[in-house]
Design a protein around this ligand. Structure first.
Ligand SMILES: [Mg+2]
Length: 392
């Protein structure tokens, strides 16, 4: 369906690569501090591209910034880059020992995303036009939030509020507080599912996501998915088991009619090949801020597509990741929806001058050159932190 990727004609000469560890309170997670690594790539002719790694912990954000500037940047600085994929391959080849997941792969992800932004600016085209033929310019928006409470009234108010905002898809799940996280208590899980359905009414689509350390086995997952889907109708059910439990996923798939989704913890194509070839998934979850950037993510999307599986962007960090994921979705026919943070967040709404949001339940693919979002560098410096700030 898609034509061969097009690249800007002139090679890019990279003059600078800078990394910034940032931390911020996330209003969509009760104000808890989250952390990312942002990367700015500057070309010899003064063009700038931005990328992000969804690093999570503050120490990892700092370590990733170090790896970007000291380990990966020297591989690219000063040399001409004929296309972004060549730069991606150069970084991968040079880190065959220390890469393959982890902090180095976070670094490659952020630089790759920034290079696609830069390549788009150099070509005067949005990133999706460099990736292939667009099949859409908007997607259904899904309000994606964390069920960080066991207060059912509050959950009800939140979710009915999302529908009032225009969302026609909602997703709840995953929390850092395991004492109240979805998936840890059968009685409460069923009550939460019922509270969400009651709040959103019969028409809105509902997705639930089990916390990583829930400890479910396939039998429990099958029972819970059947009970929730029978009563509350699920659009998909996410991460019922750890990603490595392929046999468990196969058992679930054989037993329920509900769409099953997993994959957000993956780093590279080989991990996803196992998931895709298992035939046990309906939706493959990928984060371009972790899974080797736009280049790595597009490879996995095409793999899933060939196997008749949808993909979904695990994009719940900065506006850079959101924009990159939207450009990928623009060229990926098997995309069902797009998750957004429903409450304004610093790394979405302060980081860029043109934040991405939904209108009447739809989110548009940015149309401007590069990623199509304009970073406010003052915001980057405002949220930047260093090793000296740890522990404060
Ligand atoms: Mg998830």
């Amino acid at each position: 369906m898609s034509a061969a990727p097009r690249e800007p004609r002139a090679p890019l000469r990279i003059a600078r690569i800078d990394a910034f560890a940032v931390r911020y309170p996330e209003p969509n997670n009760d104000g808890k501090i989250r952390s990312l690594t942002l990367v700015r790539v500057t070309s010899a002719d003064g063009l700038v591209g931005w990328g992000e790694a969804i690093t999570g912990a503050q120490e990892v954000s700092l370590a990733t910034a170090f790896i970007v500037e000291r380990r990966l940047a020297p591989l690219l600085l000063g040399s001409e880059i004929a296309d972004v994929r060549a730069a991606w391959q150069r970084m991968r080849d040079a880190t065959y020992w220390d890469g393959n997941g982890g902090i180095v792969t976070f670094g490659i992800s952020a630089i790759d995303m920034a290079l696609w932004d830069l390549a788009g600016h150099a070509a005067g085209l949005p990133v999706h036009a460099l990736l292939g033929d667009a099949v859409r310019d908007r997607l259904p928006a899904c309000a994606s939030t964390i069920l960080a409470t066991d207060d059912l009234d509050r959950i009800g108010r939140e979710f009915s509020g999302f529908v009032a905002q225009g969302y026609r898809y909602v997703k709840g799940g995953w929390g850092h507080d395991l004492s109240i996280a979805f998936g840890r208590d059968e009685r409460r899980d069923l009550a939460v599912a019922a509270a969400v359905r009651e709040a959103i009414g019969p028409e809105t689509e509902m997705i639930l996501d089990v916390v990583a350390l829930a400890g479910w086995d396939a039998d429990h997952a099958i029972r819970m998915i059947r009970r929730i889907d029978d009563g509350q109708r699920l659009f998909w059910f996410e991460d019922p088991l750890p990603e490595h439990d392929i046999a468990g996923y196969r058992a679930i798939r054989a037993a329920v009619r509900t769409r099953i989704c997993t994959g957000e913890k993956g780093w590279h194509a080989e991990h996803y090949r196992r998931l895709v070839e298992s035939g046990a998934l309906d939706v493959v979850m990928i984060d371009p801020g972790k899974a080797e950037g736009v280049t790595g993510t597009l490879g996995v999307i095409r793999m899933a597509e060939a196997a008749g599986q949808a993909w979904n962007a695990h994009s719940w960090s900065s506006a850079l990741n959101t924009a990159a994921s939207l450009h990928l979705a623009a060229v990926a026919p098997a995309t069902l929806l797009f998750e957004l943070k429903p409450v304004p967040s610093p790394m979405q709404h302060e980081l860029v001058r043109d934040p991405i949001g939904q209108v009447d339940g739809w989110v548009s693919v940015p149309a401007g050159p590069g990623l199509g979002v304009t970073v406010d560098e003052a915001c980057v410096l405002r949220y930047r932190f260093t090793e000296a700030d740890l522990g404060r």
